[in-house]
Design a protein around this ligand. Sequence first.
Ligand code: MF3
Ligand code: CO
Ligand code: CO
Length: 255
Amino acid sequence: MDMEQEVITLLSSREIEKMRRAGKLAAQLLQHLDPFVKPGVSTLDLNDEAERWTQEHGAKSAPLGYNGFPKSICTSVNEVVCHGIPNAKQILKDGDIINIDVTLIVDGYHGDTSKMYFVGEPSPLAKRLVEVTDKCRQLGMDEVKPGARIGDIGAAIQEYAESQGFSVVQDFVGHGISHIFHTAPQIPHYGKRGTGKKLRPGMVFTIEPMINEGTWEVEVMSDKWTALTKDRKLSAQCEHTIAVTSTGYEILTQA
Ligand code: MF3
Ligand code: CO
Ligand code: CO
């Protein structure tokens, strides 16, 4: 993603309230999609239901037309790391794991969140990868408070993921977000403690670790969007948009 802006903007409480409203609606959309994710459904069906629900709630899908992205949500199945494009020919089957990543614009502000869904009954390994990924996001968020550094977030995520025998994707990172979809700072999901910029109240950014079963290396398909693991092993991701508060952090993408 392009990070045109270098300076990290601090959001006012009025702006954070708008981020809360966008974030809440985005989280509610992920919940709404729960019963739709099942064997036999196409990823385009999921896209179309998400778009319909978003319009019904008076919001806009940020991905649609963003840098030419053709659909409203990202659907990343099994070995797809991120930015999977919904497609009528891609039918979910028993045992798949899928990430759905939604970003809604409400009153000009963005709520960006994603989670993993199980299609039928995935393998024990797939389930463990998803559990570890959820915990990586939590451990990353637990580092967030004024005075901590951006590198602390990635270090916590990388230490835990690798301790579980998995790897951390480096080619895609979390990002500042506000009335702009992707802005400074970048939030790597790997790194060293005590490095990077200091966190301050009013900073708003995403934490969205992508954790791989095998190699951390990814390839982007000829569609220029779909990123998949180089070894075609599984990948999982989950994302929250959070604000740094005076004492820690607030999750803005909560239903
Ligand atoms: N929602 C993704 C993120 O977490 C970005 C998707 S951009 C798109 O940053 F164009 F692929 F939709
Ligand atoms: Co994001
Ligand atoms: Co996202």
